[in-house]
Design a protein around this ligand. Structure first.
Ligand code: 5GP
Ligand code: MN
Ligand code: MN
Length: 329
């Protein structure tokens, strides 16, 4: 009935109604892809006033600068002040919307599409499914219920989102349904090779040199989590500055860190500001890192989660290490 409510919320609007879309701070492929794909779908339905925004600096991470629908994006200051409908994508908790959270509360109607196990249940109409591989799965379902057929532009947005959150169709949540959706997306004429190369396999030289340094200082703690092992490293704002790189280039580094055979848990500590760090946690199955992250004020999925911590990287990692045993699966 939440789906029917969401369909009715959109159908009840006139074509000139203002619709505001939001996704989480530091947007990733799923946040941007699900939001822009859905926004394009609303346009196909005849809505002329659709804006998309995320909190923070108005800068789209390099891999996503060619996504279709980017013209829907506005700086957060230009988001509609009093839209008729707000739709939120890939946001587990209001904190991930920073200053935009109150817009959701204030909206006459809000719809939240999300797939985080840690979703806090904010918003009016909630389309939250922790079993969905990506928020774009839910966005596609809602467009389909609204009678919007997939086209190549919408499909590219959703494909980028799906490929991002399934680790290029490698994670456990890569189900039959995920491949069936991917097949329908590709059938619109997408070139998966081109998209993957652009999103995952293209980076500036400086980003590679930075990766070399950050990975080079990784520490393996074989005894952590009762012998399951933990590997960790960190990156500072000075590291980014030295190589002239923006923060999002660090998001790809958790991949190589988590590939370490001797560790179940991997940790990447990324400096956000003086004394403030974004801690990324991954597990291969021994630890519920989402529970651990929630205990530190963060959230995420069972095997991929994060939180914001204060202090120094080694202290934050010591805290994580101490908590691991409490979150064994
Ligand atoms: P990542 O480590 O790639 O930044 O995030 C992994 C997962 O944890 C994502 O699903 C993300 O939404 C969640 N996550 C990361 N950091 C935070 C945080 O500070 N708060 C919450 N609620 N979730 C987070
Ligand atoms: Mn996300
Ligand atoms: Mn997601």
């Amino acid at each position: 009935e939440q789906w029917e409510a969401a369909v009715a919320a959109v159908r009840g609007l006139g074509g000139d109604a203002e619709i505001q879309l939001f996704c989480h701070v530091s947007p990733d492929g799923d946040a941007l892809g699900s939001m822009l794909g859905f926004g394009l779908g609303l346009r196909r339905l005849g809505f002329t006033r659709v804006r998309a925004a995320f909190p923070g600096e108005f800068s789209v991470p390099g891999p996503y600068t060619e996504l279709p629908g980017l013209d829907l994006l506005v700086p957060e200051a230009d988001a509609y002040p009093a839209p008729a409908l707000v739709v939120v994508f890939d946001v587990a908790s209001e904190s991930r919307l920073v200053g935009l959270a109150e817009r959701v509360t204030a909206a006459p109607v809000s719809v939240v599409l999300d797939h985080h196990a840690s979703n806090t249940g904010f918003g009016g109409i909630r389309l939250v499914d922790p079993h969905a591989a990506a928020t774009s799965v839910l966005a596609e379902q809602l467009l389909s219920r609204l009678g919007v057929p997939l086209d190549a532009e919408i499909a590219e947005c959703f494909y980028v989102a799906l490929a991002t959150d399934t680790g290029s169709f490698k994670f456990d949540m890569t189900t039959v349904a995920v491949h069936e959706l991917a097949a329908r997306l590709i059938a619109t004429g997408l070139r998966p090779g081109d998209i993957s190369r652009r999103i995952f396999d293209t980076r500036p030289f400086g980003a590679m040199k930075l990766a070399g340094e950050v990975l080079g200082r990784a520490v393996l703690d074989r005894d952590a989590a009762g012998g399951c092992g933990m590997v960790w490293t960190y990156a500072t704002l000075a590291d980014l500055a030295r190589h002239g790189q923006p923060p999002y280039v660090l998001d790809t580094l958790i991949g190589p860190v988590r590939s370490v055979a001797e560790a179940d848990v991997s940790v990447l500590v990324k400096q956000v500001a003086e004394g403030e760090w974004a801690v990324s946690l991954r597990s291969k199955g021994a630890i519920d890192v989402s529970g651990l992250a929630i205990s530190q004020g963060g959230g995420g999925h069972r095997l991929a989660a994060g939180f914001t911590g204060y202090g120094a990287p080694a202290e934050l990692v010591a805290t994580v290490r101490r908590l691991l045993d409490d979150y064994r699966i």
